[in-house]
Ligand binder design. Structure first.
Ligand code: GDP
Ligand code: MG
Length: 732
């Protein structure tokens, strides 16, 4: 049935391309939905789907992971390849970075070879033009034998034309099968022969394109060989023919057959580029090159990185906390103000329903509110990190850190996982960080990266730091946070070095680092990025954190202690004293009661039980309670702290912030606070991360190992800080 206005055709489209070619930008421009748009490969491991309308068609669009090749060496390549082969989308859009045409065409050649219905989006055309690269689009289209549409994905330019081309190709995919790649007479003959055999095999016919399968077999692709072995009607015959072809090619060229094929593809890509690209007559030093000569400098690069991160922290505190620029208050002050009003509004319940009152104010407002109070700081931090990402600076950080990482037995791509986990300050999460290790080909590199990535400062650890820093280091907040950031890298690199020497030994693999051109970030991109991450944080506070806060409250509220001895003491006091003295005494008694209650509770007993060990690091029983909560999610450390301190202190001025309460508590000191910061930074990854490590490493043993070693390491570090601090006379 021909498409009409009333019955749109439903088509499936897949977006393929090199990392950083603009796939996700194109996906967003086509589907109108917003997803993280980053500058480093490896974030788009998971598949994303959306819908695009155009030309009377509805396209279900999938954003495939970015790859340079489809050889199925890495998880991404396998995902992308299997999708095209098995799902057989109606059209594949290959996003090609016009400014790096030759390298990008290498992937296009492989998609062409798969005989998939293809449309090339010649993206970053603006960058190419700025570099005065003159690309003949029509020529390119005719050489490849597929439609080519120039686009600027991040601005949505060219998407309409692209959809039109997609609709056209999808309308008659068989007619739009691209031209075949020629490898020269000798190879083509072997390929043709093998393909002929494959097309007559009952098990393979109709399942794979014969020519593609033949090339893959000659390329010694093990995944394909396995599939042939299990699916072919006569696997022996095909194996023998493939071996014959390989042998023939290798004797003819005196080279491995896979190199012959790879060279053929490179040759094709280079040839296409020579035909349709005119370079500027005077070699152009681009703006990106000029900036890179400074930011990627051997010595200058690391110094700039350190300055950038320090600047980031300073500005975050100024904007979120110190400057009263929002109607006379700072954003943080507004948040505190809101929660004070909220707690006050519950006070009428205290007499009528003490249990409900405690659940609401101590459990929910204390727990969730404690986490929510940091939203302004987190939001500003996320916004700054989003700007860094969108400009392309994060890719430079990876480049600068690469050299350093190698010394510690990590590899270049590890940096991506670490940055995603929060390595730039506090904008990350270890769950996608662990997933980003999929880009590492070498299993051992991957494992070590997975084990150290959770040591980075993820968004959830920030509130703990911020709360303690506000309490004990109010005048030097940014500087302390900066020290914490440095420490996280030192600890992570040290841990990697030890793990590499002691637990996971093995060779390192070399790797080419990407340096995409700098971009001026778009306001919309930064806002979407910031909003997405902040919303994820808020949503977590409203769900997981809420649930566990309530559970923790129960554990802290029950079993109840007998109130009568305290009532008796109050009665005695009332008989003997009066006026202000009486008020003070009653409050002291109530405080004793609340503390006795908390100590007697399930959580209190657990916390007290750990004191013989935890005292080495200076943690009291209340701190232990909150650290137990942190095993589930790091946000809960602050939340539970809030609950433990509000339950344990019945202050008439109960709306006092947690930071103030700790700062005035004689039990606390700067040394204790810093020891706690170190422990929270390192100890056990949260539950979600553990599950991810389990899944990604394929073994529950590694998840348990990461929890055990991190907790021990964190404790050792905290003891070191605390005992060292005491020895230097810094405590109390
Ligand atoms: P992906 O890794 O392929 O998904 O690439 P992204 O979509 O994340 O894009 C990488 C960067 O390139 C982002 O900062 C985009 O804003 C930017 N970008 C994407 N398309 C274009 C374009 O056509 N021109 C320019 N100048 N920048 C682009
Ligand atoms: Mg992407």
């Amino acid at each position: 049935m021909p498409p009409t206005e009333s019955s749109p055709r439903h088509l499936r489209a897949a977006i393929a391309g090199n990392p950083n070619s603009g796939k996700t930008s194109l996906f967003n421009a086509l589907t109108g939905s917003y997803h993280a748009v980053g500058n480093y490969p490896g974030v788009t491991v998971e598949r994303r789907e959306g819908y695009a309308r155009g030309n009377g068609c509805i396209f279900r669009v999938v954003d495939l992971p970015g790859t340079y090749s489809l050889t199925a060496y890495s998880a991404e390549e396998e995902v992308a390849r299997n999708f095209v082969i098995e799902q057989r989308p109606d059209v594949v859009v290959d996003v090609v970075d016009a400014a790096n045409l030759e390298r990008n065409l290498y992937l296009a050649v492989q998609i062409i070879e798969m005989e998939a219905p293809l449309v090339v989006a010649l993206n970053m055309i603006d960058v190419a033009r700025r570099r005065r690269l003159d690309i003949d689009v029509d020529k390119l289209s005719s050489l490849l034998g597929v439609p080519v549409v120039a686009t600027q994905a991040h601005r949505g330019v060219g998407t309409r034309e692209l959809l039109a081309a997609c609709a056209q190709v999808a309308a008659d995919p068989e007619r739009h099968i691209p031209k075949q790649i020629r490898y020269g007479h000798h190879v083509d003959e072997q390929v043709g022969h093998l393909a002929g055999l494959i097309s007559h095999d009952e098990g393979l016919r109709g399942r794979f394109r014969p020519r593609w399968l033949a090339v893959k077999l000659i390329e010694k692709d093990s995944a394909v060989a396995d599939q042939v072995a299990s699916l072919a009607a006569d696997p022996g015959a095909i194996r023998a023919a493939a071996d014959h072809a390989i042998h023939s090619i290798e004797t003819h060229f005196g080279e491995h057959s896979e190199s012959v094929i790879a060279e053929g593809r490179h040759g094709f890509a280079a040839g296409v580029v020579r035909e349709c690209l005119r370079l500027p007559t005077v070699p152009l030093r681009t703006r990106t090159d000029r900036i890179d000569s400074v930011t990627c400098h051997r010595v200058g690069g690391p110094i700039i990185l350190v300055c950038v991160v320090y600047g980031l922290f300073v500005s975050v505190f100024k904007v979120a906390d110190e400057w009263s620029w929002l109607f006379g208050k700072s954003p943080t002050e507004w948040m505190e103000w809101a929660f004070e009003r909220l707690a006050e509004s519950c006070s009428s319940l205290q007499a009528r329903a003490p249990l409900l009152h405690s659940l609401l104010t101590d459990g929910i407002i204390g727990g969730v509110g404690g986490v929510m109070a940091f939203v302004p700081l987190i939001l500003v931090m996320f916004a700054f990190v989003a700007v860094l990402e969108d400009t392309g600076y994060v890719a430079r950080v990876a480049f600068v850190m690469d050299r350093l990482l190698k010394v510690f037995g990590l590899q270049g791509k590890s940096i991506l996982a670490m940055i995603v986990s929060g390595g730039l300050g506090g904008g990350g999460c270890a769950v996608p960080g662990v997933m980003a290790t999929r880009t590492l080909r070498e299993e051992k590199d991957r494992l070590v990266t997975m084990l150290v990535a959770p040591l980075m400062n993820c968004g959830a650890k920030m509130p703990v730091y911020l709360m303690l820093i506000a309490a004990f280091f109010p005048r030097i907040q940014a500087r302390i946070l900066f020290v914490v950031w440095l420490m996280s890298w030192i600890v992570a690199l040290g841990a990697a070095w030890v793990l590499r020497k002691a637990v996971v030994r093995g060779e390192q693999t070399p790797f080419v680092m990407e340096l995409p051109p700098y971009h001026v970030p778009t306001l919309r991109g930064v806002l979407m990025h910031t909003w997405e991450r902040t919303w994820a944080y808020v949503r977590k506070a409203g769900t997981v954190i809420l649930a566990v806060s309530v559970i923790m409250w129960f554990l802290m509220y029950f079993p109840r202690v007998d109130a009568s001895p305290f009532e008796e003491r109050i009665a005695v006091a009332q008989a003997e004293l009066g006026g202000e003295e009486l008020v003070a005494v009653i409050q002291a008694i109530r405080n004793d009661q609340a503390t006795a209650q908390l100590r007697n509770s399930v959580a209190g007993r657990l916390g007290s039980g750990l004191v013989p060990v935890s005292q080495w690091a200076g943690f009291d029983w209340r701190t232990n309670i909150s650290l137990i909560g942190g095993f589930a999610a790091k946000e809960l450390v602050v939340g539970t702290f809030g609950v433990a301190y509000s339950m344990g202190n019945v202050d008439p001025d109960a709306t006092d912030s947690l930071s103030n309460r700790l700062a005035t508590d004689p039990q606390w000191s700067r040394v204790k606070a810093f020891a706690l910061i170190m422990f929270v930074m390192v100890y056990a990854p949260c539950m979600a991360t553990q599950v991810t490590i389990w899944r990604e490493s394929g073994s529950v043993r590694w998840a348990l190992f990461s929890t055990a070693y991190a907790t021990l390491l964190g404790f050792a570090l905290a003891v070191l800080v605390y005992q060292g601090g005491l020895a230097l006379g810094l405590g109390q």
